[in-house]
Design a protein around this ligand. Sequence first.
Ligand code: SF4
Length: 184
Amino acid sequence: MRGLVRVHRVETCSLVNGPGRRFVIWFQGCPLSCRGCFNQEARSFEKGELMRLEELGDRIFAADVHGVTLTGGEPFLQAEEATALLRECGRRGLDRLVYTGFHFKDLKRNILPGSREMLRKIDLLLDGPYREGNPPDGEWTGSGNQKVIPLSRAGMVMKRIRRTEYVEREYIISGDGETVLTGI
Ligand code: SF4
């Protein structure tokens, strides 16, 4: 894998961003402005860190996880790089979950360059913008309007897995002492 991807943050093992143990990548940059956005820092297209896909892949494949979660920010805005990463994850037997603020029907129409191709590499898609004041009715969504869409057989299995009852939120403490709350 070659290329650079602009990343807000990575977490090597999370239990609250999809079923099972997951390597989570928060992409940097989102053009939407959902009221009550839970990840304001990931919206700027200037911030974050440029990471080599190869390095990111090495970190994912060294982690003891069942799958990878791409979230943001907006992963579909870096569709080419995300697709390469998802393809390699699938090849190595990891399942692939992606959050997007866009709608599945628009991504299928290739509203963002490369989005249709990227959909082919996803097992479970969680789509739609965050709507404040609309409580979620699903296991892994942030608001009630968002849909959980299986795009493969693995995705159908993932959709049925319930959130671990005793883990709903995680605090990530970085090397410099910064604390971040994650989990929708
Ligand atoms: S899609 Fe996500 S990151 Fe983008 S504005 Fe909405 S809540 Fe924030």
